[in-house]
Design a protein around this ligand. Sequence first.
Ligand code: GLN
Length: 540
Amino acid sequence: MNTKYLFIVGGVMSSLGKGILTSSIGMILKSKGYQVSIIKFDPYLNVDAGLQNPYQHGEVFVTSDGAETDLDLGHYERFLDQNLLRSSNVTSGSVYQELIEKERRGEYLGATVQVIPHLTQEIKNRILRHTEETKADVIISEVGGTIGDIEGSPFLEAIREFTNENNPDDIALIHLTYLPHLCTTGELKTKPTQHSVAELRRVGIKPTIIACRTDIPLEEDIRNKISLFCDVKRDFIFSVQDVKNVYDVPRMIEKEGLCNALESVWNLQTKKCNMDNWNHTIDKMNHVKDEVHIGIVGKYVELGDAYLSMVEALKHAQIPNNVKTTIHWFQSEDITSKNVEEKLHNMHGILVPGGFGVRGIEGMIIAAQYARENLLPFFGICLGMQIAVIDFARHVLQLDNANSTEFDSNTPYPVIDLMADQKNLDKKGGTMRLGDYDCKIKKPSKAFEIYQQERIVQRHRHRYEFNNAMMPYFENSNMKLSGFNPKRGLIEMVELVDHPFFVGCQFHPELISRPIKPEPLFTHFTKAAKKHKESIAKKP
Ligand code: GLN
């Protein structure tokens, strides 16, 4: 079969859940037996998401091949249960960079290099290269932003050209739009949708399918009206209603028959979709019994998106533990040794996530110390592991003012230090230790109990590391260095031997957790939190 292409573009406003719709469609098509891959087009001029502020951009998602990408790739991977590639995220910045490098090499042979046709050709090349690389049956491309954004226009023009140059049976385009609900009259309004489709047609694109985000059901007359005014077949107008759990979206879309419609556009026979395993898992997630309270002590806590994959990984861990994890966010800057007890004593587990820069560091160290001393389950991820090491060095090994050189370059005990290969870098973008690296697990250890294997592969994103020159201080202490990278000897995991659950990892396990494959560290941390709750209940 020819590769089939689906483009997904949004209208009316942002935050309609285009990423979830894209992921859900991908998941359904995969459940029908197609091999699927996804590309996210990001119209901004950054070359990748790596240097963007989490407050503005949310989490930076790292792929196994080490690309720093948009957080939507996390949704795609979790729904598809599949690793994506660097070529799954295309930013305007990266396309311009390639184009300009080509121009400097003289490859345009004297032509005046222009947005049309040169930049649009580069965008089309990215789609073709991804097709070649993945050999997928279906390539879904989601365009970031909303119709009408100036910076998105080269992508739309590229889609128009691509549609024109290929067999129409191989291409479909979904326009995701919003129908506001006017409470006073109880009506759903279609005018904003009519305008955004008009805007699409102005650039030469006609949607095949319109998906309507609504908070009440889409009545027949509204479907008919959208069909008439937007020139899209009545049967190709779909409703995407609000649901409590994003993982229920595939089931809803499948019921609506949206992917059967896609198959008919692509001239394919309707295949049966088997989503039983997924639905069964999500049902379990929706019906957990007990509840535990997890405190996340971090720097970007005002914005949940900054830690998106971690929040999702905690959700996945609910399933094997049959428990709801309620997250409480703590701004680490606000935590002091005076108020830590008052703030954290109701928590059943403390998680310190990844992060950069000195702000809020002391509050995180106090939180780690509190968890350690009170036998409260503690889980430190990346920066969180470094924090656990600093606390232990200062307060147990009595190494006064021990620190990471990221926060204090003159510390007498640099227990965390810049990795050797990071020392002489002059470029910040894409130069961290990124993507998959091996971790060898020592036996016996909590880490081995958790993973039940001696070698795991995990994704990374950091410049600083446990300083092996400081290792003698840790020998014969209660902090065990339980995981390391076999090639370079870098410490990947630490744990306390005299604590029910106190584990730190230099990697980012949240990036590989999926609803149908919860990541073991999250599962065991949640299990420990549940146990902690039960042990408090038993106390007289
Ligand atoms: N700032 C730390 C480092 O660069 C931790 C990074 C992280 O948490 N992702 O090593």
